[in-house]
Design a protein around this ligand. Structure first.
Ligand code: SAM
Ligand code: SF4
Ligand code: FES
Length: 349
């Protein structure tokens, strides 16, 4: 009978040329002891090199509002959290931040917020139109759920991409964590975004309370089924302002394994080394870049707002300005022997 280590080796060997792993094979890799996990990370790194090359794409993240009408149990900016101050950037501030990001060398920005009723599709469309007039930036929106027509208004204004994580593939767990959202509606939103011609990103958190290895394997298979352009995976980090304060959260090893498996299954999707990964471990983003990731999303929001957009505690870069982060991340990427892309970093599909 094949030993565990032999199984890990033979699955990884197969994965170099073929991303169609079965759920059983995914589970063998997810459950393998920590001392074998380097083999998985190295396999994902080879697949990354072959499928997307050495370039790392930077997306400048603009956190434009921390108002949210929803109450996802894990999130520090959930509407019912009364212990944070709320802010909303003006159109001029968002435009200014985008222009600054471009001057720092970014070719692409991500505009992210809570589900803030102030930022209707029309308001977002107006801002996107202005950014497109003044810059050559590719624009990604990550502002939650809208109707098909609203997503269309945002797309028609010039948005190129949309990020909407499904958070977990387990309908039951989704229901427990989202008092005011519905799993099927979330999936319908992803379907609408795809139909409208967005480059679509989705993903999940690793280590949510109630997650099992089976759920984690299903999360990865769902990513693959959705045939995404981008896949964002990061550890769940418990926030003391939420009822999940005492939960244990995602581990570095499991989060890196999930990133590595996403690369193996999705081949040429863009996969970020997330900020949450960098928060969990000082070298978390570098480790993710060496385990399949090819994107980093440094914060370009003005320093004064960063503290108010804490989805989870101890978020990195809170006291750093956009120019500092740009230099810092470039040094980290080049330190790994990789290069910062000068392109927009559109989908490779
Ligand atoms: N409101 C939009 C939405 O929910 O899609 C976009 C912004 S939301 C803050 C972005 C992502 O933050 C979520 O998809 C979720 O995965 C992540 N997030 C929220 N709370 C987190 C936590 N405590 N730990 C790690 N990630 C978290
Ligand atoms: Fe709002 Fe998004 Fe946080 Fe949920 S995850 S509470 S929708 S900001
Ligand atoms: Fe912000 Fe390193 S990326 S300080």
């Amino acid at each position: 009978m094949e030993s565990n280590i032999q199984k890990v080796h033979s699955i990884c060997e197969k994965a170099l040329n073929d991303g169609n792993l079965s759920k059983e094979e995914i589970l063998v890799l997810l459950n393998c002891p920590e001392e074998y996990t380097d083999i998985i990370f190295q396999t994902a790194d080879k697949v990354r090199k072959k499928e997307v090359g050495e370039e790392v794409h930077l997306r400048g993240l603009i956190e434009f509002s921390n108002f949210c009408k929803k109450n996802c149990e894990y999130c520090g900016i959930r509407g019912k959290n009364k212990s944070i101050n709320r802010y909303r950037l003006t159109k001029e501030e968002i435009l200014e931040t985008a222009i600054k990001a471009e001057s720092l060398g970014y070719r692409s920005i991500v505009m992210q917020s809570g589900e803030d009723p102030f930022f209707t599709a029309e308001v977002l469309a107006d801002i996107i139109t202005s950014i497109k007039m003044k810059t050559d930036l590719a624009i990604t929106i990550s502002a939650g759920e809208f109707t098909y027509n609203e997503y269309k208004i945002i797309k028609d204004a010039g948005a190129d991409r949309y990020l909407l994580r499904f958070e977990t593939s387990s309908e039951e767990l989704y229901k427990k964590l989202h008092p005011d959202s519905d799993f099927h509606h979330r999936m319908e939103c992803l379907d609408n975004l795809e139909k409208l011609g967005y480059q679509v990103g989705s993903g999940f958190m690793v280590g949510l309370p109630g997650e099992t290895p089976e759920i984690l394997a299903d999360n990865l298979l769902l990513l693959q089924k959705l045939d995404l352009d981008m896949a964002g995976i990061g550890p769940f980090l418990p926030n003391s302002d939420t009822i999940l304060a005492g939960a244990s959260g995602g581990t570095l090893n499991n989060s890196l394994k999930a990133v590595a498996l996403a690369r193996i299954l999705l081949r040429n999707a863009h996969i970020p080394a997330t900020t949450a990964m960098g928060t969990l471990d000082p070298k978390g983003r570098e480790k993710a870049l060496q385990s399949g990731a090819n994107v980093v999303m440094p914060n370009v929001t003005a320093q004064e707002y960063r503290e108010m957009y804490q989805l989870y505690p101890d978020k990195i870069c809170l006291n750093d300005d956009p120019a500092h982060c740009r230099g810092c991340i470039t040094r980290k990427i080049e330190g790994l022997g990789r290069v910062v892309s000068k392109e927009h970093g559109h989908t490779l599909k």
